[in-house]
Structures are given as structure tokens and as C-alpha cells.
Design a binder for this molecule. Sequence first.
Ligand code: HEC
Length: 456
Amino acid sequence: MHYPALSVPQIGGGSLIAIVAIVHVFIAHFAVGAGILNAVAETLARRRGDALLLRFVRDSSKVLILIPFVLGAVTGVGIWFTIAVVAPRATSMLIHNFVWGWATEWVFFFVEIAAGYVYYYSWDKLSPRRHLIVGWIYAGAAWMSLVVINGIITFMLTTGRWQSLRAEGRWDAAFWYAILNPTYWPSLVLRTVSALAIAGIAACVLVHFLKSYTRDDRIGIIRLASYFMLPLLLMPPVAVWYFFQVPRFPRDLPFGGSIAMTMFFLFGGVCSALIFLYALGVIRRHEHVSLGSALMLLSMAFVATGSMEYVREGIRKPYVIRGYLWSSGIADQPAELARLNGEGILTHSPWIAPADRLARADLRTRGEWVFKAECIQCHTVDGVNGVTPLVYGWNREMLDINIRYLHRLKGFMPPFIGTDAERDALAEYLFSLSPTHHEDPPIAIPVAAVQPGGRP
Ligand code: HEC
């Protein structure tokens, strides 16, 4: 059965996932980085007997520890809700394939949350040494949750030897190859670096909201926080390492292959470079960072994070799980393709095309159903990536041939899957969307004309 996917009007399901995911990723990275920043700061404060720094760690632990993990958890649940309704089959597949991965992840979440509460509420109850240990447990558990989830996220783009090992029935090996897939390590470094930078910037913002700190007090704290932005220097070489592991087609997209991907990749790169340079200046000149500047840096970090997430998700098209599951929710597996091409996509999509109405529906309605079954995962009708302007002015012949070769028309689209009659219906539906459709009378296209070696 072809899973039902929620049709989100105007913005589309992909954009909905992107919005929720980007907010979550930003907060989650902040939580991971903040845990480390907090633990490092408390360690330094205790070692040096630095009362000011210790006061800062204590005053800020609500914003650096408590709030991020609560918001991270809430938006994380938000992601599960959105992906489950927009990409149900991929969600199910990821749950089943990584059961023990998720279980491990949730153990780390639990440790993180428990340690976070103990840390926050035990300033006066635990000895300094024990309190510091709890702070490091929090930081370690938060980072470990990134370590696990990074495997599942990177797997979706670079599945490594997972499929062949699965085919051989070597389930354990398949699991580990999936988690420690080719982009696992560079991505882990990139994410850790951005987590540290976001936390550093957030500390620069936060210091302005704490009462009774002098300007010099703030300069000292801002200087320490700025050091957390310096690892951004690692980003360019590690990004090169990352892209070396990515197959040719997705790799070409952010380097000119798709202008949208290229632009977002540039935004991400430029914002990260500017943040690094700014931090370097602050450290070298012992500068103060005003609230306005700190908020500007935070916004840039958000743009950088959002852009890079967008590129990572975007270059995975036409797959959700590369080489295995198309974005349309159909598995790129010979048996499934043969079945759907033979029996049709609509007979397997009863929630879109109820069996009793299917036989009676006209061509255009069936076409609309086909569109809902295998195009709405990436297109809306006339909103984000709306198909109406894309087919503007196309005649039936163009539609017919382009749907036949959809995957070659744009490499980031899966092929059309379904019967010939469904393909005709889809062409008819798309044709009806074009404002010029009345100018083009229906024509029957001989099949031979669109076969290789045929007329066009
Ligand atoms: C994996 C996501 C995805 C799926 C699924 C998908 N498309 Fe697309 N499609 C895209 C993207 C991205 C573009 C590029 C839009 C642009 O260039 O602005 C596109 C472009 C197009 C275009 C314009 C091509 C051109 O040369 O300008 C048409 C027509 C189209 N899609 C039809 C469809 C139809 C019909 C389906 C369902 C059978 C479908 N798409 C499924 C992502 C997808």
C-alpha cells in the first residue's frame, strides 16, 4: 500500500518540515553547545577561583541549560509529528531500521534531562566538585544525543553499504554501516562546531540581560564566549571532506547545479565566515559586543544553520533515503515498481481515490489524484514549488513526453510511476491548470512518436 501523505496547502509538506526542522535544529545545536560552554566555564571558574565567571555560569544556567532542553524536546516532538504525516513511510522505515539507535538516543535524552534538572537545582546542595561532574554529565549526554542522531540523518543521504548488506541478510553489519555511513564523521564535526558557535553567540546575547554586570565584566565573559566561535575555522576543510563522501549528482547541486542550492550554500558559508572573523576581532582587541551586534550574530547563525539544513535536505532529492525510498514515498525497488506500474498507483491509494469512485471518475479527476499520490510531496498546485507556473503554456504533447521522462527532466525528481492510463490522466490534469489550455484542442499522441528514435 502506498502510504497517505498530508497535503499542506500553499506551502507544501516539504516547507512545513523545513520550518519545524530548522527551528528544532537551531535549538538542539544550541542545547548541545551550551552544555559544553557551561561545563567549560564552570571548570575554569572553579580552577581559577574566578568569582565573576562562576556568578555568570550560575546566573545563566536557566537559559543555557533548562530552557534549551525543554524547547529542544518540544520542537523535537514537533518534528516527529510533521514527518509522520508528511513522509509517513520514511518515518516508519527509519523507526524500524534504527530501533536500537532511537532507544540509545532516548537513554541519552533521559540522562541529559535528569542531569540538567539536578544541575540547575543543586547549586547550593552539592559540593562544587559534584556539581561540576553533573555539569559534565549533562554536556556529555547532550553531545551523545547528537552523536547518535547524526548517524541516522547522514544515513539518509549516504546509505553506504547498507542495502547490499541487508540483501545478504547481515542485519547487524547493515545497522552499523548505516549509522557510521560515509558522511557520518565530517557531519559530526560540522554539527559540533556549529553547536559551539551558536552557544558562544547566545552567551554574548545573554550577558546583556543579566543584572548588575559592569561593562568590563561583560567584556571578560564575551571574550570567553567568542572562543567558542573560533572552531568555525574548521568548517571549510571539513565541508570539503563531507562533499567528497557525497555521490556526484547531489554534490554538483550546491556547486552551481541548482541555483537555489548554490545560493543557500553561499548564505551558509558567508554567514559562518563573517561570524568567525567577528569573533577573531573581539578576542584580539578585547572588544565589547553590544546587544544589537550579538543579536545580529545570532540571526546570522540562524540563517547559516537554516541554509545548511536546507542544502542537506535539498540535495537528497529525489530520495528521502538515497537509493532506497523516493521522496514520493515509493520504494526504488524492482518488485514495488513492477507492481505499481502494472496495477496503478491509484488502486493502492484508497484514501485519495476511493474504490467506488475510481471507476466513475473522469480523466482530469484521476489525474488530480495521481498528482496527490506522487507529486504533492514536493509540489503544491500554485504555492511553493507550485506546478501551475512550472507547466505554464505547455501543450499536451510536451506534458506527455515530460512526464514520461520526469527523472531526466530534472534529476531531483523521481520517475513517474503508474500505468499508461494514469500518466495520461496526470497530463490531462496538468494541462487543465495551464491558463492557455483552451487554445490547444485535445490531440491523441501516437505512442511511437514519443519512443526513442521516434519523431520528437
Ligand atoms: C522529490 C521532489 C519532487 C517530486 C516527487 C516531484 N517533483 Fe516535479 N520538480 C521538483 C523540483 C525541485 C522541480 C524544479 C522546480 C524549479 O526548477 O523551479 C520540479 C520541476 C517540475 C516540473 C517543471 C520542469 C521544468 O523543466 O521546468 C514539472 C512539470 C514537474 N516538476 C512535475 C512533477 C510531477 C507531475 C510530479 C509527480 C509525478 C513531480 N513533479 C514530482 C521536485 C519534485
